[in-house]
Ligand binder design. Structure first.
Ligand SMILES: [Zn+2]
Length: 482
């Protein structure tokens, strides 16, 4: 603790000295030269120390080297009315200051020393370091995290430290153009990184001591507003849905949700009608991009096909489950769990928070890994720490991940059935031995896949019937209103 205090004190002292010296130097600048400001003297936290007095004292020491006393006085005044540190190319040729980069101090007594343009720039740079610097970076098409770090001149070391903690969220693996990264640097070191995924979702990586970063996920509930879309099928469902105001993704989601009930390309006829309720998330009046399909009803000639969201799963009018249920385990039941889900785990050496967001199964390399639910392969990646891994998006609520694989048997974008063999386990990335790390996420948050309340029911239970009927009538009322 005292160490920290001492280093803070040192910083403060350095500040006072630098501020004073800089004032002195600025005072030596020709009057009227105002160039780019790198720090404001006014913002110096040490105003109580009255740097002007110190600088005046310093100035008086330098008088012998000055050509004209009256000039120097005029310049001193210029400083007091222009509280902005100026650095430009018209620096006086010689004074008696020398900059020692090791101590970050100027030695006013060194003989024959000169102040150069670069020396003044160094002071300005040193002063600038005393403030945390924030950089907003909007991710562009084709960007990589490594490339962004290089572009911003951030160290490889901090990149690895960030990737190491991101292993627990893998949020930086799916950065998209338009999302923002906010970097905070202090004294040339990255201290904080924010990934703004949407208005409602951020991941914040914060430096914690020298060993690395910890992370925090910030999710805002916002306000979910329901929108009703009603349309008539003309040529294709996707085209008609788009015309009614739904996105292509939503049309695809509906087709996928109801694929066991209706073949969208073969069974739908011109003149069929559809109704869809979508909840869209807002923060204030701005849409976050997070959407949820609440209800779908399609009149296909004389029959009705529908899906209603109830407690995180979809059911038909009669309360029968539309989605296929999950299984708990992605590997044969003969393998034991070697490490359980633990949101409060800490690193044994550094003490940093390192949540174990999955369940580890002790399996030899090459063990078949099976999909735990129906879905679409949304990521196939090789991560420095997670190794070769797959992510499957299981509908709009669930996501599953399989890490440290040796071989991947599916492709990105491929549709997967529950129980399908998708990979062989391995020992890739940073591990202490061969195992499978399996994660289940519900709406972007990791949950314990072995105990979570996931759709395993095939029908609404008797005691839930009344509540389900009420939800249904609310959906129908929303359509009737629009
Ligand atoms: Zn694990």
């Amino acid at each position: 603790m005292s160490l920290i205090k001492n280093s803070k004190l040192q910083l403060v002292l350095t500040w006072v000295l630098l501020t004073s010296v800089l004032l002195g130097i600025v005072a030596l600048l020709p009057v009227g030269d105002k160039v780019e400001a790198s720090a404001e003297i006014k913002a110096a936290p040490m105003t109580a120390e009255e740097p002007e007095i110190t600088s005046a004292a310093l100035l008086s020491n330098q008088k012998s080297n000055k050509e004209s006393e009256s000039e120097s006085e005029a310049e001193t005044e210029a400083v007091s009315v222009t509280p902005v540190v100026s650095v430009d190319s018209t620096i006086p040729a010689a004074t008696d200051l020398t900059y020692d980069p090791a101590s970050r101090l100027y030695d006013a007594n060194a003989q024959g020393a000169t102040v150069t343009e670069s020396a003044v720039a160094s002071i300005a740079a040193e002063l600038a370091k005393s403030y945390p610097k924030t950089i907003n970076y909007v991710i562009q098409k084709g960007d990589t995290l490594g490339g962004i770090f290089e572009q911003l001149d951030l160290s490889q070391m901090s990149l690895y430290q960030i990737l190491e903690v991101d292993l627990n969220v893998l949020a930086l693996d799916s950065i998209k153009p338009g999302q923002t990264l906010v970097f905070t640097e202090f004294e040339g070191e990255l201290t904080r990184l924010e990934l703004h995924i949407s208005l409602a979702h951020q991941v914040v990586y914060k430096r914690s001591g020298d060993d690395g970063f910890e992370f925090e996920q910030i999710t805002l509930e916002g306000e979910w507003r329901e929108h009703s879309y009603i349309g008539k099928v003309e040529y294709s469902f996707a085209g008609s849905a788009k015309k009614a105001g739904l996105s292509l993704y939503e049309a695809q989601f509906i087709a996928s949700l109801l694929k066991d009930k209706i073949n969208f390309s073969r069974d739908l006829r011109s003149g069929d009608t559809f109704k869809v309720l979508v909840s869209r998330q807002y923060i204030g009046d701005e849409r976050t991009g997070e959407n949820r399909i609440d209800a779908v009803s399609i009149n296909n000639r004389s029959r009705n096909i529908s899906a209603y969201l109830y407690e995180g799963a979809y059911y038909d009018e009669a309360g029968l489950s539309i989605e296929r249920a999950f299984v708990r385990r992605p590997v044969s039941s003969k393998y034991r769990i070697s490490s359980s889900f633990n949101p409060n785990r800490r690193h044994p050496v550094t003490g940093l928070l390192r949540p174990h967001n999955g369940t580890d199964f002790a399996v030899p390399i090459g063990t078949p890994v099976y999909a735990t639910g129906d879905g679409v392969v949304s990521r196939v990646l090789n991560h420095k720490y997670a190794g070769l891994y797959i992510e499957i998006t299981n509908g709009q609520t669930y996501r599953t991940r399989f890490l440290h694989l040796s071989k991947i048997l599916v492709k990105k974008g491929q549709r997967i059935k529950r129980g399908q063999k998708i990979a062989l386990s391995g020992n890739t990335g940073r591990t202490t031995g061969p195992h499978l790390h399996y994660e289940l996420h519900v709406r972007g948050r990791a949950v314990n896949a072995m105990t979570a309340d996931i759709p395993i029911a095939t029908a609404i239970e008797k005691k839930q019937q009344a509540a389900f009927k009420l939800a249904l009538s609310n959906y129908h009322a929303a359509w009737a209103q629009s």
